[in-house]
Design a protein around this ligand. Structure first.
Ligand code: ATP
Ligand code: MG
Length: 474
């Protein structure tokens, strides 16, 4: 026997044993609830697959600079909500060696010395947990020269995102998105419509309640299109500035389009009188928008136009959309998306058309849970058999039976120690098993096994192969 020579640390005193809790805004997703998460994700794989999308899995952290550029340094997401930290240097990095040597010599490391040797501290790389994934998908498209593959590339992803926001129902600091992007090729309106059709098909498959799609076109960044409109909007806003709240007043200067986002009751009648972007689109954008609507109709996708649906960044253009669902209170947006033809270029790639969306999976699931038939939506559960075995011979047969049943996709609970018959049945019901397979030494000797249906107490006798057949057909 090998002796364990490790020294075990003395257990901390009771009062020192701190109870840990998940960090504010994060949560554990636990069984059985995770079954619904899996069902949602499997449905996404299946539906997106039928539209020819392939999954990609980008890393969870990236250079802060990537998000600053792609999401926009002035946005709340980048300026306030990102989890960012300095990348600590590799052990052999000259910076690290310098600091270590200085410390070994008993010298403090002055920022000045450090900067003299290596340049500005602020230029040290910082990395951030991703607040969204479009930036990563575009980065990957460039990095892997995907423009040389057949265009467009149709990619989707799913996974956690991180934003330091005020946690509330439907708003978390670690939350999950399922998103897709179409990169490269043309900007035909059929692409915009097909992307929207795909999300709606996905929601339809999940029976998401109260789904509403709103669309708008925000034109493109040119004087005869959105820039002209924004200038007009700004001058109109200045005329009513005194009647607006502080936030909106600030936005008149910084980003007039964002005033249209306002939810303040008293600003609504004022906003209703402002010029609408649809009346100021250039001819190409107008034609594109009309064609997107026709294409949606062709696909039987119902939409509502919302002229106040806007995006604050220059590279967003033309089609924008948002989808809301039922049962979510004020956090009712489950999907946001739109066209962003300038983004890949902004990240150092070739001029590339792009459109995509991101679904908030947490909200999607909340909404499904509010709906009555959500439990049914978790898909077909496999039959669940509890093996009540008694006796050493029976145990060997039970282990073999468990292996066979599991190989056939049946859920099996095999008690690790022998239980009395009554106790076994009690535990089987508690766990929610549909059947108890009764295996005593007698049953094994006779070769006929008893299957008890727990809901009504009826029993059937089977030989081992017949039993497997019976369960497989359920
Ligand atoms: P909101 O206006 O609700 O803050 P957003 O404009 O920040 O949304 P996007 O960046 O477009 O949202 O992200 C797409 C989707 O991701 C949203 O429609 C929403 O369903 C979800 N989402 C965004 N932030 C969170 C969060 N903190 N917690 C949970 N879901 C979120
Ligand atoms: Mg937000």
């Amino acid at each position: 026997m090998i002796e364990d020579k490790r020294v075990t640390e003395a257990a901390p005193k009771k009062e020192q044993r701190r109870k840990f809790q998940a960090i504010r805004g994060t949560r554990d997703l636990l069984p059985p609830g995770t079954a619904l998460w899996n069902h949602v994700e499997e449905t996404a794989h299946a539906v997106f697959g039928t539209f020819g999308f392939g999954e990609m899995r980008p890393p969870i952290f990236e250079p802060t600079e990537l998000f600053a550029r792609a999401v926009g340094g002035d946005t709340d997401i980048v300026s306030k909500e990102m989890y960012s930290f300095a990348e600590s240097p590799e052990p052999n990095d000259p910076k690290a060696v310098f600091v270590k040597k200085a410390l070994d010599l008993g010298l403090g490391v002055e920022v000045d010395d450090f900067e003299k040797a290596f340049g500005e501290l602020s230029s040290l790389a910082t990395i951030s947990l991703r607040p969204e994934a479009t930036a990563s998908v575009c980065r990957a498209y460039i990095e892997h020269n995907m423009q040389q593959l057949p265009q467009p590339q149709k990619l989707y992803y799913m996974g956690p995102m991180f934003r330091r926001e005020r946690p509330q129902k439907g708003r978390y600091r670690q939350f999950y998105q399922i998103g897709a992007e179409v990169l490269g090729g043309v900007d035909a309106p059929a692409i915009d419509a097909e992307v929207i059709e795909m999300v709606m098909t996905f929601f339809d498959k999940l029976k998401l309640p109260g789904v509403q799609l709103e669309i708008n076109s925000i034109g493109h960044a040119a004087d005869n299109c959105r820039r002209g409109y924004v200038a007009l909007l700004k001058s109109e806003l200045e005329k009513v500035k005194d009647k607006l709240g502080a936030d909106s007043q600030r936005r008149i200067e910084a980003n007039p389009l964002r005033v249209l986002d306002s939810k303040l009751e008293h600003e609504q009648p004022i906003i209703a009188t402002l010029p609408k972007i649809a009346d100021h689109l250039c001819d190409d954008c107008k034609t594109h928008y009309a064609a997107v609507k026709r294409e949606l109709e062709l696909r039987g996708v119902f939409y509502k136009e919302n002229w106040r649906l806007v995006r604050g960044l220059d590279y967003y253009m033309r089609t924008t959309f948002e989808i809301t669902a039922q049962g979510l209170g004020s956090q009712n947006a489950v999907c946001g998306g739109g066209r962003y033809d300038g983004l890949v270029e902004l990240l150092g790639g070739p001029p590339t058309k792009g459109i995509g969306f991101a679904i908030g999976e947490d909200r999607l699931i909340l909404s499904l849970q509010e709906a009555k038939d959500a439990a049914l939506a978790t898909g077909n559960q496999p039959p669940f058999v509890y093996i009540a075995w008694m006796g050493a011979n029976a145990y060997a047969a039970a282990v073999r039976a468990a292996k066979n049943l599991r190989a056939a996709g049946i859920r099996v609970e095999l008690p690790p120690v022998e239980q009395k018959f009554g106790k076994a049945l009690e535990r089987a019901s508690k766990l929610g098993a549909q059947y108890a397979l009764i295996l005593g030494d007698n049953e094994v000797a006779e070769g006929t096994w008893t299957l008890k249906t727990l809901a009504d107490g009826t029993q059937q006798k089977f030989t081992e192969p017949h039993l497997l057949d019976f369960l497989k057909k359920l």
